[in-house]
Design a protein around this ligand. Sequence first.
Ligand SMILES: NC(=O)c1ccc[n+]([C@@H]2O[C@H](COP(=O)([O-])OP(=O)(O)OC[C@H]3O[C@@H](n4cnc5c(N)ncnc54)[C@H](OP(=O)(O)O)[C@@H]3O)[C@@H](O)[C@H]2O)c1
Length: 221
Amino acid sequence: MITARQESDLARAVADLRALHPGVSSFAGDCSDPGVVNDLIRSIQRDFGRLDVVVNNAGGSHHGRPLETVSDEDWERTLGQNLMAAARVSSAALPLLKRSPGGSIVNVASLAGRQHSLVASCDYAAAKAGLIGLTRQLALELAPWQIRVNAVAPGLTSTARVEARWQQLPAEDRERRLDRIPLGRPGTPEEIAAAIVFLASDEASYITGATLDVNGGAFMG
Ligand SMILES: NC(=O)c1ccc[n+]([C@@H]2O[C@H](COP(=O)([O-])OP(=O)(O)OC[C@H]3O[C@@H](n4cnc5c(N)ncnc54)[C@H](OP(=O)(O)O)[C@@H]3O)[C@@H](O)[C@H]2O)c1
């Protein structure tokens, strides 16, 4: 089951993914809205009857402004998408996850939640640091059910959204940012996905409460 707010993007993604797996289904809605989250979990129950893995990927930063200009609405939006959505989806998913042997949750945090960032704003860095805290504490809470909870912390990753912003930067800015990455390039979405798949899989059966840095060496925790 994949989710997003825009139905048109979801339909394209479902069409691509069905070529790989005919069982792919989608649910359009805002994961920071508690009512939507309950409907999402009901759809999963109806369509699949079980839930093995939750990936809390929804999020992102919508500005790069200094703290004095960050409004209460900015804080609510950023915390809602990057922290509360993961908490709500995980909470609503628990009754189903607890019935699934080897269930797991993977949260998509950020380099900005691991150390200071040259590009992130305070609300985004705080939300992602909070998500890493949620990951550790929930891992402890769910260990008695053998449910593992982990996070990945991507660095600069060339998704379509980031790629568009990247092309607009002056060449010297791009170089300055690449200089901070020992491997000398942004990551690809596939490289982040590979880390998520690993943490969700039985290959990671003894890993819980961990945050895996996937950032070309920009931060070595
Ligand atoms: N790209 C990077 O450099 C980078 C670096 C570090 C961490 N991250 C993290 O990685 C995750 C994915 O980022 P991305 O760069 O792939 O962002 P993206 O291209 O904007 O994709 C985000 C996806 O999540 C969906 N989404 C966003 N908010 C949602 C909500 N409230 N409810 C349901 N779906 C929602 C979006 O679809 P709709 O807009 O249709 O809802 C979209 O499909 C985020 O958590 C981000 O903070 C990214």
